[in-house]
Design a protein around this ligand. Structure first.
Ligand code: CTP
Ligand code: MG
Length: 179
């Protein structure tokens, strides 16, 4: 069981880490071009930037490569059991889906009237996971690495991990609010 939880965290790192890269390297020009939606509120808000999106994407794929390296050095094979092109596709889709989920979460937050940075329990914690798994599940490699058990564990542990890591980011002054 513990091993299965650790495996789940491991295979989800390319989905977990993009937002951390976005927090560190993000800022600048907003993806919604500063524009409002038909309801008069911002489409996404100033918290979603091009720099954040692309640094998140590159960051997530970079982390997956580090994992490939670590697996080979440590002698276990999860991502490294895939062909390189399948691995790359999976890493890209997990990261891309995660960032797309984060954008969708912000879009929904603006629609219900929450301002940038205001907390939305459940949505803040699961938006990226739902999209990451959904989008990555279209790749063949996904089902070679993820079992249904891993997906179930992912939904159970992610809210807990999210709260813990955001609190750490807040304490390190990487984020303005602890969520
Ligand atoms: N960030 C970014 N671009 C992204 C995602 C995040 O630049 N695509 C940066 C922003 O500086 C953002 C910070 O990371 O403020 C934290 O991300 P997040 O919590 O997702 O955004 P919030 O500011 O809380 O905005 P929202 O209410 O829309 O979630
Ligand atoms: Mg936030």
């Amino acid at each position: 069981m513990l091993l299965e939880i650790l495996k789940t965290i491991w295979i989800l790192l390319p989905a977990y880490t993009p937002n951390n890269f976005a927090v560190i390297f993000g800022g600048g020009f907003p993806i919604d071009f500063g524009k409002n939606f038909v309801d008069g509120r911002r489409i996404l808000g100033d918290g979603k930037t091009f720099r954040g999106f692309f640094s998140g994407l590159i960051g997530g794929v970079f982390v997956a490569h580090l994992q490939l390296f670590i697996e080979r050095a440590a002698g276990f094979a999860i991502f490294s059991s895939l062909s390189y092109s399948q691995f790359l596709q999976l890493a890209f889709l997990l990261s891309f889906g995660s960032l797309l989920g984060d954008l969708t979460g912000s879009f929904l937050k603006r629609r219900i009237g929450l301002k940038r940075g205001e907390r939305a329990p459940i949505l803040d914690q699961l938006d990226f996971l739902v999209f990451s798994l959904l989008i990555a599940s279209f790749s063949e490699a996904f089902w070679k690495v993820f079992s249904f058990e891993n997906i179930l564990i992912a939904f159970l542990i992610t809210p807990v991990l999210h709260v813990v890591t955001n609190r750490i980011a807040y304490l390190l002054k990487l984020k303005d609010v602890p969520w």
